[in-house]
Design a protein around this ligand. Structure first.
Ligand SMILES: NC(=O)c1ccc[n+]([C@@H]2O[C@H](COP(=O)([O-])OP(=O)(O)OC[C@H]3O[C@@H](n4cnc5c(N)ncnc54)[C@H](OP(=O)(O)O)[C@@H]3O)[C@@H](O)[C@H]2O)c1
Length: 357
């Protein structure tokens, strides 16, 4: 297993970490999995044996049950691993039982500590954006948790780029703890992260933890054009994360399949390996409903895609660049190179043609 620095925190985390959204089987999360304690112990031990040192959970997963199971499954191995959890989503009926107010963050963290059966959470993350709480309150509450020893590092997930920048400015101005990581969705069918967030995180010293690296199973190759899927699978129950062009998705799976066959590895491993080669990525949070899936995915660190294979996957998964990135590519490539592409010198005659306006 390779270990990478989590941004500028000095903390090293395994390039594959384990996410336990599949533990518990309660409420909405039943669709992802229903792993109970005995099996969870096998998942955790398999990860630790493979060198995984980071486990990601959230209070909301199975209404707290996922945290409870994780804490018990880790048990006496607590000192060998890092636990990341999250807060934001509704955890009670009250009007203040969600969000990122000081009121909810402190209560949510204390409840998570109890469920996890631990004195501290290594990485405590806000799960998404709360537009109703001033970032000053959120950052101050998170800072208090660090000073109280309940939390060691803080991170964010699913925040817009401007809010991450603003949070860093607030932390700087008020001398508060800053986010050390962004947990974000990134996969071969969803490469949005590359334009705005990867440069931001590299510039500002945040590590990137990828969630949904197989797009909820789509990139495992078990979904093919015109075929009906296993009704028990996550995708059959939840659908896709966001929306993506399904035909493009199948074309990506076709290339993954070719590479997998040439290398005698699984399609999932190729999809995970691709993300590990991309700039700025610290760790992929892998998910698995079954132990065979976990063992398969853990093999993704045992080999590496060649530059030529990487280019094939880059090419098939390329989608239209959003503004202003297409403008940078077309007119400003010398000063704003697109990662992975050779800068094309700016051509003055384009100006005269009226193309740049
Ligand atoms: N911050 C956030 O908002 C957020 C959101 C989502 C997830 N997360 C975190 O990220 C973790 C991983 O996310 P994810 O579960 O969506 O990851 P994923 O890798 O995109 O999907 C995992 C699912 O794909 C299927 N799968 C995995 N490996 C496979 C294999 N080798 N062959 C065939 N199918 C395979 C399994 O589902 P089936 O067997 O049901 O098909 C598995 O549960 C979560 O546990 C959680 O910790 C965070």
């Amino acid at each position: 297993m390779e270990y990478r620095l989590l941004g500028d925190s000095g903390l090293k985390v395994s390039t594959l970490s384990f996410g336990n959204m599949t533990f518990g089987g309660e409420s909405f999360f039943k669709g992802a999995g229903s792993t109970q304690l005995d099996e969870a112990k096998i998942f955790v031990d398999t990860c630790i044996d493979a060198g995984v040192n980071l486990f990601d959970t959230a209070d909301a997963y199975s209404a707290g049950k996922a945290e409870e199971i994780l804490g018990k499954a880790i048990g006496k191995k607590r000192d060998q691993v890092l636990i990341a959890s999250k807060c934001h989503f509704r955890m009670g009926e009250g009007v203040n039982d969600l969000g990122q107010s000081r009121h909810h963050i402190i209560r949510a963290c204390e409840a998570s500590l109890k469920r996890l059966g631990t004195d501290y959470i290594d990485l405590y993350q806000v799960h998404t954006f709360d537009s109703l709480t001033a970032l000053e309150h959120t950052m101050r509450a998170l800072d208090d948790l660090v000073r109280d020893g309940k939390v060691r590092y803080i991170g964010c997930s699913n925040l817009p780029a401007w809010a991450i920048m603003k949070s860093l400015a607030v932390s700087d101005k008020r001398n508060l703890e800053k986010f050390v990581s962004l947990q974000a969705y990134y996969s071969l069918v969803a490469r949005d992260l590359e334009c705005e967030f990867v440069p931001l995180c590299k510039n500002e010293g945040l590590g990137i933890l990828v969630w949904g690296p197989l797009s909820g199973g789509f990139l495992s190759g078990k979904y093919r054009r015109g075929q009906t899927s296993d009704p028990n699978s996550r995708r059959a129950q939840w659908g896709d994360y966001g929306t993506f062009d399904q035909e493009l998705g199948f074309q990506i799976v076709d290339v993954l399949d070719q590479i997998a066959k040439e290398r005698h590895v699984s399609i999932s491993q190729v999809a995970l390996n691709y993300l590990l080669k991309k700039p700025g990525i610290t760790s992929l949070i892998i998910g698995a409903r079954k132990i065979e899936q976990l063992k398969d995915n853990l093999q993704a660190v045992q080999w590496q895609l060649s530059d030529e294979e990487l280019k094939r996957l880059d090419k098939v998964s390329q989608t239209t660049l959003p503004y202003p990135y297409w403008h940078h590519k077309q007119f400003n490539a010398e000063r704003m190179p697109i990662p992975g592409e050779t800068p094309v010198p700016y051509k003055r005659e384009l100006l005269n043609s009226g193309a740049e306006s």
